[in-house]
Design a protein around this ligand. Structure first.
Ligand SMILES: *[C@@H]1O[C@H](CO)[C@@H](O)[C@H](O)[C@H]1NC(C)=O
Ligand SMILES: *[C@@H]1O[C@H](CO)[C@@H](O)[C@H](O)[C@H]1NC(C)=O
Ligand SMILES: *[C@@H]1O[C@H](CO)[C@@H](O)[C@H](O)[C@H]1NC(C)=O
Ligand SMILES: *[C@@H]1O[C@H](CO)[C@@H](O)[C@H](O)[C@H]1NC(C)=O
Ligand SMILES: [Fe+2]
Length: 516
């Protein structure tokens, strides 16, 4: 454990370090011993500044991006941070109020620009400047670090200085508006992501899978060579699904079309109607969830569709193929109303009020779907096709090209006690697309993560780290140098001790230092 000495204590209204840059590295107080083999930067990107003047940001995705760097070296740790100098940040600082509005906030100059912006490119031309504050996560393309948001823009950043090196517009390279903050990587560095494109005439959307080649030919390269691997037509083109990420196995990209829908017409007209954008986003539990499989090599969309009851899903754990099945492990909830529950007003509540809020939130659990890969004309209907040993998931062909799936819980009863599991992490480079045994995540008993969890899939047993009043963020697994076992290593997590919860970190990258 190391502590940042300047971290605020009782009495402070808000976390000072979260709202102010710390440009010069400060030292930290280390308790216990940090293994000397951990050398590198732990990079965090999360919303930092939530308030400019008197204007509040409502949605917890919406804070201005703050880049945090914890440099771990020889058992010592220094910390520094920097606001991403996005155009939105500059503008807000100058005027000291929010000039670029965001999801969920009404009575702003322009309520139509938001977190879900990539679904709205047709109106980019109608609205003046789109936001680029990039508060979502670090991603890597062609070996470079980008701070990605769900808008068209990404910032290429220097992981050492945390400075923005370049602002990159996706749409200059491919006709796709934005991409998720959770790409997938092949071992050679080929990157896959997803984004939408729009028909402007009658407001329709299609989903696209994007492929970015691994090699960087010029030093100034950004997304050159990116291409659309394939497109998928939404169940209803004027109401595409919201998606936060997707899954990838060795041969397939798996896209989950969930019944969190975006009514494009409502979204486009929200400004006229004086409504917040969140009005155009709705959870429709009457609709099923559809799993689409795309062949990574040919770009072909597999004609067989896999269905399950309505679920909402933000993060995938892993996906791998074995014995003719594709195991799809995701964090899912039966309730999709949650999106509007993350308003910052809720986070500002404390004590009993906060508990009350967390009760209303969806609980997210790890689940496995087993998808049979060779469903043909000859495959019998009406019977469970899952022949995997000791798996309780079911998959039943109900008609040509339609398979109905039911999940298996990837946890025991004890997980309920910790509020479910979100922000799943595995040892990605070694085990994504492969049979694996462990995953890590945060328990969400109190709206924000308040425990760190480790799941052992061998017997679905749970290991828990919990200390009252401490709020850990998404765990990152760092293997020990000569690790043989899958779980030989340490978990890094930024843990907050707030007097009032105002900050949620999301998405960490551990950037291993070169050399020993
Ligand atoms: C900041 O980025 C988030 C996430 O992309 C977006 O929802 C929000 O609108 C942006 N806010 C501002 C003020 O630019
Ligand atoms: C408009 O919608 C119709 C019916 O869904 C479709 O056939 C047509 O291709 C769409 N046009 C454009 C420009 O998207
Ligand atoms: C698509 O969604 C819109 C908006 O909810 C609805 O009016 C329309 O009927 C839907 N179309 C189909 C084919 O379901
Ligand atoms: C995954 O584990 C293997 C072996 O334990 C290790 O060599 C590799 O670096 C790990 N990768 C990550 C990203 O943790
Ligand atoms: Fe995420």
């Amino acid at each position: 454990i190391f502590k940042i000495v300047e971290f605020p204590t009782q009495g402070h209204k808000r976390c000072k370090l979260c709202e102010q840059e710390t440009l010069e590295p400060i030292s930290t107080e280390v308790q216990g011993t940090i293994p000397t083999w951990i050398n590198g930067n732990l990079l965090r990107n999360g919303p930092g500044k939530f308030e400019f003047g008197n204007t509040h940001y409502n949605h917890w995705f919406d804070g201005m991006a703050m880049l945090h760097q914890f440099k771990i070296e020889e058992g010592r740790v220094t910390y520094k941070s920097r606001f991403l100098q996005s155009d939105a940040f500059k503008k807000n600082s100058e005027r000291d109020r929010i000039m670029v509005s965001e999801f969920g906030t009404l009575a702003m100059p322009d309520p139509c620009k938001n977190f879900f912006q990539r679904f709205l490119s047709p109106i980019y031309f109608l609205i003046t400047d789109s936001t680029d504050n990039a508060s979502v996560s670090f991603v890597k393309y062609k070996g470079d670090y980008y701070v990605s948001t769900e808008t068209n823009f990404m910032h290429k950043v220097d992981p050492e200085s945390l400075e923005s090196v370049e602002k990159v517009d996706w749409s200059k390279f491919i006709a796709v508006n934005g991409a998720t903050a959770h790409p997938h990587y092949d071992p050679d560095g080929t990157t896959y992501n997803m984004g939408n494109s729009y028909g402007t005439r009658n407001l329709s959307a299609i989903y696209n899978i994007i492929k970015v080649p691994p090699e960087r030919t010029e030093a100034t390269d950004t997304l050159q060579g990116a291409k659309v691997l394939c497109s998928i037509v939404p169940a209803n083109k004027s109401c595409p699904s919201y998606y936060h990420s997707f899954a990838m196995s060795e041969n397939y990209v798996v896209f989950i079309e969930q019944p969190i829908k975006m009514d494009l017409l409502k979204i486009v007209t929200c400004k006229l109607r004086g409504k917040p954008l969140s009005e155009g986003i709705f959870w429709d539990p009457k609709q099923e969830t559809v799993f689409h499989l795309i062949d990574k090599h040919t770009g072909q969309v597999i004609s067989v569709k896999y269905y399950t009851k309505a679920l909402s899903n933000f993060h995938q754990i892993n996906a791998f193929e074995e014995d003719g099945f594709l195991m799809l492990d995701i964090c899912a909830s039966d309730d999709g109303q949650a999106i509007n529950n993350y308003l910052i007003q809720n986070l500002r509540k404390s004590g009993d009020a906060l508990d009350e809020v967390s009760v209303k939130l969806r609980t997210v659990f790890p689940r496995r779907f087993v998808l049979p890969l060779s469903v043909t004309m000859d495959t019998p209907t009406g019977q469970n096709l899952n022949t995997r040993p000791s798996s309780t998931a079911t998959c039943v062909k109900i008609s040509k090209d339609k398979v109905l799936c039911q999940h298996e819980d990837l946890h025991g009863d004890d997980l309920h006690e910790y509020g479910g599991l979100e922000f799943p992490q595995i040892n990605y480079s070694r085990y994504n697309t492969r049979q694996y045994r462990y995953f890590y995540g945060c328990g969400f008993r109190h709206l924000v993560g308040d425990s760190l969890l480790k799941m052992d899939l061998k017997d679905k047993s749970l290991k828990v780290w919990y200390q009252r009043g401490l709020y850990p963020s998404e765990p990152v697994f760092v293997p020990s140098p000569d690790a043989v076992d899958e779980d030989d290593g340490v978990i890094l997590s930024v843990v907050l001790t707030p007097t009032q919860v105002t900050l949620l970190f999301h998405n960490i990258i551990y950037d291993r230092a070169a050399g020993p």
